[in-house]
Ligand binder design. Structure first.
Ligand SMILES: [Zn+2]
Length: 213
């Protein structure tokens, strides 16, 4: 396995070590190799289409040994169903995942305040992470204070990335090619005034701790 695969927190690439797939994709999922791990959930963009009948599948997925986290799940006020419906779907999924002690990967647009409220409400024993974080330093600070991991991809706010504590930083390629990860690491390292080697090392350790590998 290449080193990059051990560091890439969130990817949709079919040959990634850990691949993020939707709940509907999980139902038809055929592994490309028997080492592959999954994160499964209902994305907020799919919140208009997902039916409550899917929750039987969610329970199956979250009890599957290959599934290392619920995700990506979250809130996007700019896309998908109403905020009310998105919150309902999110809370329902958390009610399955949190008692199982599963980590959660979040896609949050703007409403990090709602994430922090849910964090206080659920008091999860396993870690939570916001992926593709592009928010302001104040928001990064609030998430870090709660102990929420912050994953950064190709686009980010350098001032925010500079203040993420070493033990909560993650890097990802998301929808991009997995081979772009070294570029992400180099850009993140520059924003933090650290070496790319250091960033790669802490992100590898953080990923293993997050997914309990
Ligand atoms: Zn994603």
């Amino acid at each position: 396995m290449t080193k990059s695969k051990l560091i890439n927190f969130h990817s949709h690439n079919s040959d990634s070590r850990i691949i993020n797939i939707s709940l509907s994709a999980y139902i038809d999922y055929i592994p490309t190799n028997d080492q592959q791990l999954l994160t499964v959930g209902i994305h907020p963009w799919d919140s208009e289409n997902e039916q409550l009948a899917e929750f039987g599948h969610l329970s199956t997925a979250l009890n599957d040994k290959r599934v290392v986290a619920l995700g990506e799940v979250g809130i996007d006020p700019l896309r998908g169903a109403s905020l009310e419906r998105q919150l309902f779907l999110l809370e329902t999924q958390l009610k399955y995942a949190v008692p199982l002690g599963l980590p959660v990967v979040f896609h949050i647009v703007r409403r990090h305040d709602l994430l922090l409220e849910l964090f206080s409400k659920f008091r999860p024993s396993a870690p939570w992470a916001v992926h593709g974080f592009r928010g302001r330093p104040e928001v990064a600070n609030q998430l870090a204070s709660a102990g929420i991991y912050i994953s950064v991809g190709r686009r980010f706010n350098p001032e925010s990335v500079a203040i993420i504590p070493d033990n909560l930083l993650l890097v990802e390629t998301d929808m991009d090619d997995d081979n772009t990860l070294p570029d992400v690491i180099a850009a993140v390292a520059k924003a933090r005034g650290q070496s790319p080697d250091h960033v790669a090392k802490i992100c590898e350790a953080n990923l293993a701790r997050f997914y309990n590998l």
